[in-house]
Design a protein around this ligand. Structure first.
Ligand code: ATP
Ligand code: MG
Length: 251
């Protein structure tokens, strides 16, 4: 579904991502791990079009996407969440998800501006859809709260709801469990597994190894911008290079 071929992103003399190649197979959950500064977020930015690779090729469903704009990449079926949460803080939780749905809406801006029936009907339809996504994520009781009134853990779930609203085939998550307690983290793991049951493919950056082990089929390990290991969670846990570079730093 997603192929990276020798992808690099250099910032001046710094190789934040260096010659990275790997594949994400359809309907798999792939973990992207590595120490702080390893280049994980930069890589997600390249895939989602927020940043440009200095070298290499990114292929999604047979299309070369590394020159496309973020909204175009989103419309092809890639959605993401952010390490630094990017919600509209003063808008309600429901409105934040409706914003995501607007990307896939049919009413034109013209219809919306004139408040024509097509738009009004669609607005109602979008709100219903957003509400069912909130239910799916256990957020219905917060629908009318301003987004910034929620805990970080809950805000991360709102971001996932907003990303899902665009009907992605591939979901990119940047540290989705940050700010979540153990119960919330386990619940998120279950949610991601259930999304996979429905056909979604997921690439998830995460530091929590228990979470990685719970949900991931494959794991790619980055260190100083380079892939130093890949395999199943069990395989990478016993890889000496990984233990030195990453797991060793946790002890
Ligand atoms: N816009 C930028 N300009 C210059 N350097 C950058 C830029 N963005 C990232 N970097 C550098 O690239 C490297 C990789 O950063 P990145 O944020 O991708 O790491 P990460 O693996 O996501 O780390 P963390 O676990 O802390 O989130 C770091 O050294 C960072 O300082
Ligand atoms: Mg990061």
């Amino acid at each position: 579904m997603l192929t990276l071929k020798k992808v690099s992103r250099h910032f001046g003399g710094l190789a934040a991502v260096n010659n990275v190649s790997f594949q994400v197979q359809s309907n798999q959950i792939v973990g992207l791990i590595g120490p702080n500064g390893a280049g994980k977020t930069t890589l997600l930015n390249l895939i989602s079009g927020l940043d440009r690779a200095t070298q290499g090729e990114i292929i999604f469903k047979d299309l070369t996407i590394q020159h496309l704009m973020p909204h175009r990449i989103n419309s092809l079926g890639i959605a993401r969440t952010y390490q630094n949460i990017r919600l509209f803080s003063e808008m309600s939780v429901l409105e934040n998800v409706v914003v995501g749905l607007h990307c896939s809406g049919r009413a034109s801006l013209f219809e919306a501006a004139l408040w024509l029936p097509t738009y009004r009907n669609e607005e109602k339809h979008l709100k219903d859809q957003a509400m069912s996504l909130l239910q799916r994520l256990g957020l219905e009781e917060y629908a009318s709260s301003p987004a910034d009134a929620l805990s970080y853990g809950l805000q991360r779930r709102v971001e996932i709801a907003r990303a899902l609203a665009t009907h992605p085939a591939l979901l990119l998550l940047d540290e989705p469990t940050a700010g979540m307690n153990a119960a919330e983290t386990a619940r998120l793991g279950d949610l991601i597994l259930s999304l996979r049951e429905e056909g979604l493919t997921v690439l998830v950056i995460e530091h929590d190894m228990a979470f990685i082990t719970q949900v991931c089929d494959q794991v790619v390990v980055l260190n100083f911008g380079e892939v130093i290991s890949q395999g199943t969670p069990e395989q990478i846990k016993t890889d000496d290079l990984v233990v030195q570079a990453y797991l060793g730093t946790e002890e």
